[in-house]
Design a protein around this ligand. Structure first.
Ligand SMILES: [Zn+2]
Length: 237
């Protein structure tokens, strides 16, 4: 946050970033999102966001409020936000988005389960937060055509993925993952990679974009178990 602040950038919620992008006022804004709704978001991240006048989106699991991250065996077990804490975050201006009910992998779900994960989680979080919940975030970043349709049918305005996919756009926004061991050097490296991939137009830019796109596709195949992925070049259509 300090690094962004020092560079004249302002962290905003994903909903706010999209609105600004539509109005042509997104310059120097950075959309920040926090997945899973860990309880420490409220006492670690929120004060830092507030220190810099930043905002963010918290993607919360509506079916696990007040429980823990037992969907992942390899990570340390951590407490998740309670309903009261989500309500408090919403009152502080944090955008509450849905990460589904239980953190299930969408491509393997039945039609009914997809509907519950998207529509029921939205209804619950709207009640808890008092906000119109407009953002969704696919658990594990995994999505397919049925998942995208379910999210649209449930009334969301946008959805976040992680990697670029053939669904890249308003309902599968690409994001850069940040983890706590990242140093300033990592941030610079990611900034350069972003610039080379999306901004640089000089000699060799086509080759660089193709190499990066190949790398992203390979990573996506590895992460999702899917065999054929195409990436699109514009995330915000
Ligand atoms: Zn997650």
């Amino acid at each position: 946050m300090k690094w962004l602040h020092e560079r004249g950038r302002r962290g905003v919620s994903v909903g706010e970033l999209l609105k600004a992008w539509r109005n042509g006022t997104a310059d120097r804004l950075v959309g920040l999102s926090f997945d899973d709704g860990y309880a420490d978001f409220a006492y670690n991240a929120l004060p830092i966001l507030q220190r810099y006048g930043f905002n963010a989106t918290a993607f919360v699991l509506a079916g696990r409020l007040g429980h823990d991250n037992s969907w992942t065996a390899k990570d340390p077990q951590k407490a998740l936000l309670t309903s009261e804490e989500v309500s408090h975050l919403a009152a502080s201006g944090i955008e509450i988005g849905s990460h589904g009910l239980l953190h299930l992998s969408f491509p393997s779900l039945s039609r009914t389960a997809l509907m519950e994960e998207t529509a029921d989680s939205r209804r619950i979080l709207q009640e808890v937060s008092g906000q119109d919940v407009l953002g969704f975030c696919y658990p594990y970043g995994r999505l397919d055509e049925r998942a995208v349709s379910a999210v649209q049918a449930a009334g969301y305005d946008y959805a976040c993925a992680v990697w670029g996919t053939q669904f890249a756009g308003r309902y599968a926004l690409r994001r850069y993952a940040m983890i706590d061991r990242y140093s300033r050097a990592h941030l610079w490296y990611m900034g350069w990679r972003y610039w080379l991939r999306w901004v640089y137009q000089g000699p060799g830019s086509g080759t660089l974009a193709a190499a990066q796109s190949w790398r992203e596709r390979r990573m996506l195949v590895r992460m999702s178990g899917q065999t054929s992925i195409h990436s699109a070049d514009n995330d915000l259509q």
